[in-house]
Design a protein. Structure first.
Length: 119
């Protein structure tokens, strides 16, 4: 077992969406928080939406993330144009997909969430 308050940064990238059991998700979040030093950050990069072609993943909500970590300071930002849309526009100039991601944030499929553990 990793000692408590060992890390300045703890990350999970497309991990929570791969855990379907809510209790296991909560246990992982609690362990991430336990190993984080005061003043450190938890960073999560994951899916905003369910994937209709893959039932083995489940989206992670902003409310769920806030519930995992009792942080006063947190940040959430949606990122990345959904891959199926990006693939459809692969022939288009790069700026096309970038503009679409900026102008239609609902089409962003992933997010980054950060929560800071108080000093």
């Amino acid at each position: 077992m990793v000692p408590a308050e060992s890390f300045d940064l703890v990350t999970a990238q497309t991990v929570f969406s791969s855990i379907l059991d809510q209790k296991v998700r909560q246990a992982l979040a609690a362990d991430m928080w336990r190993t984080l030093k005061p003043g450190g950050w938890c960073l999560v990069f994951d899916f905003r939406y369910n994937n209709p072609r893959n039932r083995q993943v489940r989206r992670v909500t902003r409310a769920e993330l806030r519930g995992f970590w009792p942080a006063r300071q947190h940040r959430y930002r949606s990122l990345l144009l959904a891959p199926p849309i990006t693939r459809l526009l692969a022939w288009a100039p790069y700026l096309t997909t970038e503009l679409l991601a900026v102008l239609a944030p609902v089409l962003r499929s992933h997010f980054m969430f950060m929560a800071r553990k108080e000093d």
